[in-house]
Design a protein. Structure first.
Length: 304
């Protein structure tokens, strides 16, 4: 079971489509040390894996102390970061947004930090977000960076998706080249299966853990900077109080609302064979599919 702690929604970048912006006004204050300790005490017996996400968690003034504290308690620690601010205390696992390395202004700084983490035995996962700005040259650079630094690679569509963009081919090409270079690659988040042709789907399902359904509800949780509010994931604005966990499991708390979202998908999903067969929910539950241009029409599957 994995606990995601958001110590702050503040970030040192201003990336488009970042979910943290919509929460910053609601949670302007950072997580206090007292509340962090209270979170640890509340979840200590049930959770061994702790992850810090944001915003940018390295902006939190207690990030190094918290990693050290959790390591002293024999907990596994992951940090989701843009890679710009170096950590003094290294976690077990580091998930870095690889797209930021494409920026010439950020590249040298991030690579220097990656070298430091690599030398100190940190497991590095590069995450590449695919959107309309992901160009062909980025694909080649992503491969080179992954060969140098990545123990694992994650690939995700950056939601909300833009219209008329060929996400499927980009994801497939990047995943295939990483796989053939013996770099473990996972397509995270639910991804609409209609973006891929049959050959691409079969390859990605077999080798890159492609799935059309969201894994929620699970026993993972997100805790906001107030130390009191929980969510099923950072994208879904479904909030409950931490005290609800004294009565119910995380899965039970959010199941009804998640099912309502699932069955309120766009018509293009409700008429798709993948959706009807419960293989796909149309991607991330927080966002509806746009009218993508594609040679592959999911409605045609009903005739097959």
């Amino acid at each position: 079971m994995l606990l995601y702690i958001i110590p702050t929604y503040i970030c040192n970048l201003d990336c488009k489509k970042c979910y943290s912006k919509k929460y910053l006004e609601e949670y302007p204050n950072n997580l206090s040390w007292t509340n962090f300790i209270n979170i640890y005490k509340f979840f200590n017996l049930k959770y061994n894996n702790f992850a810090f996400i944001g915003g940018e968690p390295t902006k939190w003034k207690f990030i190094n102390e918290s990693i050290l504290f959790l390591h002293n308690k024999n907990k596994y620690v992951s940090i989701f970061t843009n890679g710009i601010i170096p950590l003094n205390v290294v976690p077990d696992n580091l998930i870095i947004t690889g797209n930021n390395i494409f920026d010439p202004k950020l590249k040298d700084n991030i690579i220097n930090n990656l070298l430091f983490y690599k030398e100190n035995g940190v497991k590095i996962r590069l995450r590449f977000n695919i959107d309309i700005t992901f160009e062909k040259e980025h694909l080649h650079e992503a491969i080179s960076l992954s060969k140098l630094f990545a123990d694992f690679v994650s690939i995700s569509i950056l939601y909300p998706m833009d219209n008329s963009h060929d996400y499927g081919n980009i994801i497939f090409e990047l995943s295939k080249k990483l796989h053939y270079n013996s770099i473990p690659v996972t397509i995270i988040r639910a991804t609409p299966l209609c973006l891929f042709n049959q050959e691409q789907r079969e390859f990605l399902i077999s080798n890159c853990k492609l799935r059309g359904k969201c894994s929620l509800p699970t026993n993972s949780l997100v805790i906001n900077p107030d130390g009191q509010t929980i969510q099923p994931c950072v994208e879904l604005n479904l909030k409950r109080d931490i005290s609800d966990l004294l009565k119910y499991s995380p899965k039970r708390i959010f199941t009804d609302e998640l099912n309502k979202i699932r069955f309120n998908r766009d018509y293009k999903c409700n008429t798709c064979k993948f959706f009807i067969n419960d293989e796909c929910w149309g991607g991330c539950l927080s966002y509806l599919l746009p009218n993508l241009k594609s040679d592959f029409n999911p409605s045609q599957l009903l005739k097959s």
